[in-house]
Ligand binder design. Structure first.
Ligand SMILES: [Zn+2]
Length: 655
């Protein structure tokens, strides 16, 4: 008799090895961190003796599941903002909240919460990508789970790095600290090819190669991403990342929703791991990865939940069921991705995808003891048929719930016994998570109540607050204005002709101000567009002061280059109303009595307004300066022979 620590006996052993070994009334012997033996219970109990013999009657004994792509601390952002498009969700909500809240303590709490949830759903290994990965590693090791943890690298500042160089440095230290750990495999995580320019991608590849660690990134998640890649690089995403060396690393490519047959072969040939995230891809309406084709091509394919902010849980049983059903649904083929294949994706397939199949993913002698016991006696599991042992696969994938997972061992250590998680203090972690949620709620409530805060939250805005003295007046003859401007004492410094398409976002409470999205086309003499600019302007409603002839010291404005689409801003700001104002504008920059003014002569085409309007404006910075400029504007109006009765205080959007 050989002495071992633990024997799991009298369950259905589902090995998920190459032969798909299935043993009804089987047993698994574990000692230290490894599996020592498996076989019929009678034989194992004959040859081995253990301090703990765990009765597994009416249970499945199978490899721990592998969640091959997630962002585990995002459990703390679960349910924060839903039913949004990927860019609005990511740039409008996730990233601003992350910039404000993500600290080592935040990721510690989020990781413990996520690990507890994963343990309960039978996960023993996960692949992560987030910030402060060192704190994630500490918490993961405490929870007793195996993980490939990728430190995120991005071109812009993140919660843990001011630049990508800092992120690479952090990553290097992180790798040096954790390499060789029994549970943790450190990795490099360039977020995606569209957030990491070539030099950043290449720095990540160099680092991953130097330490021989995996490289985890997002690939071809949305159709738009692929379209942009074709436009910018003249090729889809996989050839682009190949050009920058990513396929020469131990690559973990999350998503690959929009890849063609050639790209699938390239990924297979390179031995890249690919991770299918059906819930996340469906929830964000990104599409469905060509899983059937990838399986046929023998790609190293795993399954993942992605972060809980886009799922919204870490339940791998749900992920399995969905992966199988969606593949059948879109292919109109009920034979597509059967239960056994699906369980493979969640176990040994995932182990291959995250480059850990030498350690985990199947029950084999010598592999690490990452084992779960699933109770099969629940109401939803009744009845069971015994004539074909293989029916257990469909039972596990189509009927079982994560709550059927009874026991979990990872690396030989029991992390859950009889539904009791042993390594995480769940009530304390839940309390800490709720306390953070209260703070995030407070932050977002303040932001949502203030347009300017909301604008600043998405970044990129230069806080260019400016005050202007200005007047607007209807003019009958634009040519006349043009003639006067060409004469002394006025000097035109420069002038341009443009076509401006403005969309105003209006809100229920007008004192909030409004937002203008402008497409500004610069025209040459022949009337052809030579340049287009996009800007976003926030205007506060308060009129600070009024001078004679309705010359106003205007509202403060904040203007930024609009680097996202009108659609993005619409979905982000959610105005109650929108108004369009289009016009052709002649713009003059003039000097009058050593003072600069901008003069706009506008013909408004939408709405269709008769005649022209002229605006005279000048930036100002002090009350005395404003007084002086207001007086000069009155003089200019006289010089331009404008009928003062035509002066209007309304903006185009209000006309
Ligand atoms: Zn992801």
């Amino acid at each position: 008799m050989i002495k071992v620590e633990t024997i799991l006996a009298h369950g259905t052993v589902i090995a998920m090895d190459d032969a798909f070994t299935l043993i009804t009334d089987g047993a698994v012997a574990m000692d230290g961190d490894s599996i020592v033996a498996l076989g019929p219970a009678a034989e194992i109990l004959r040859d081995y003796t253990a301090a703990a013999v765990v009765d597994c009657h009416d249970c499945a004994i199978m490899p721990g599941l592998i969640n091959s792509h997630t962002h585990v601390p995002m459990t703390l952002l679960r349910g924060l903002a839903d039913d949004l498009r990927l860019d609005v969700w990511l740039m409008g909500y996730m990233m601003p909240v992350e910039r404000e809240f993500v600290t080592p303590e935040f990721v510690r709490v989020g990781t413990l919460l996520g690990c507890a949830e994963m343990i309960r759903s039978g996960v023993t290994t996960f692949a992560d990508m987030y910030y402060f990965e060192d704190a994630i590693a500490e918490a993961t090791a405490q929870a007793g789970l195996r993980a490939v943890l990728a430190q995120t690298v991005l071109k812009f500042p993140t919660p843990d790095a001011d630049s990508y160089e800092d992120a690479i440095e952090y990553c290097r230290k992180f790798i040096e600290k954790w390499k060789g750990h029994a549970l943790i495999v450190p990795a490099v995580g360039p977020h995606a090819h569209y957030t990491c320019p070539p030099e950043v991608l290449e720095a990540c590849v160099t680092l991953a190669t130097e330490y021989n660690v995996p490289l985890h990134t997002h690939v071809s998640e949305t159709a738009l991403e692929v379209e942009d890649s074709r436009k910018q690089h003249g090729m889809p995403v996989v050839p682009w990342i190949r050009r920058h060396g990513l396929l020469e690393t131990q690559l973990i490519a999350a998503h690959c929703v929009h890849v063609d047959s050639g790209e699938i072969l390239t990924l297979q040939h390179a031995g890249a791991g690919v991770v299918h995230n059906p819930s996340s891809n469906l929830k964000l309406a990104s599409g469905v990865a060509p899983v059937g084709e990838m399986i046929a091509a023998n790609v190293k394919l795993g399954l993942g939940t992605d972060g809980t902010a886009s799922n919204n849980d870490l339940d791998m049983f749900e992920e399995m069921r969905l992966a199988s059903f969606i593949a059948k649904g879109i292919s109109h083929d009920p034979l597509a991705v059967p239960a056994k294949t699906t369980l493979m994706l969640a176990t040994i397939g995932g182990a291959r995808a995250v480059h850990l199949d030498h350690l985990t993913g199947s029950l084999e002698v010598g592999k690490r003891a990452d084992v779960v016991v699933v109770n099969l006696t629940g109401l939803h599991n009744t009845p069971r048929f015994a004539r074909d042992p293989e029916l257990v696969y469909s039972q596990l994938v189509y009927a079982c719930k994560s709550s059927d997972v009874r026991d979990v061992w990872c690396n030989g250590q029991a992390v859950m016994r009889d539904w009791d998680v042993l390594t995480v203090d769940i009530p304390t972690v839940m309390e800490q998570a709720q306390a953070i949620a209260v703070q995030i709620d407070r932050f977002l409530m303040t932001r949502e109540g203030n347009l300017l805060d909301k604008l600043i939250a998405i970044g990129g805005i230069a806080q260019e607050e400016s005050y202007e003295v200005q007047v607007k007046v209807a003019v009958e003859d634009a040519a006349q204005v043009d003639r006067v401007l060409q004469q002394a004492p006025i000097r035109v410094e420069r002038s341009s002709v443009r076509r401006q398409y403005d969309t105003y976002f209006l809100f229920a409470d007008p004192t909030q101000g409004r937002i203008r999205y402008r497409e500004d086309e610069l025209l040459n003499k022949a009337g052809a567009v030579t340049e287009s600019r996009y800007s976003l302007t926030f205007t506060e409603p308060a009129k600070e002061r009024e001078f004679e002839q309705s010359v106003l010291l205007s509202r403060s404005r904040f203007t930024a280059r609009a680097d996202r689409s009108l659609r993005f801003y619409r979905e982000y700001f959610r105005p109650v109303n929108e108004r369009e104002v289009n016009k052709e504008r002649r713009r003059y920059h003039i000097l009058y009595k050593e003072t600069e003014f901008a003069i706009n002569v506008d013909q408004v085409t939408t709405p269709n307004l008769p005649g022209w309007y002229m605006e005279i404006k000048s930036r100002t910075w002090s009350p005395r300066d404003a007084d002086k400029k207001a007086a000069l504007i009155s003089e200019l109006l006289a010089l331009l022979k404008v009928d003062p009765r035509g002066v209007t205080r309304t903006e185009y959007v209000e006309i």
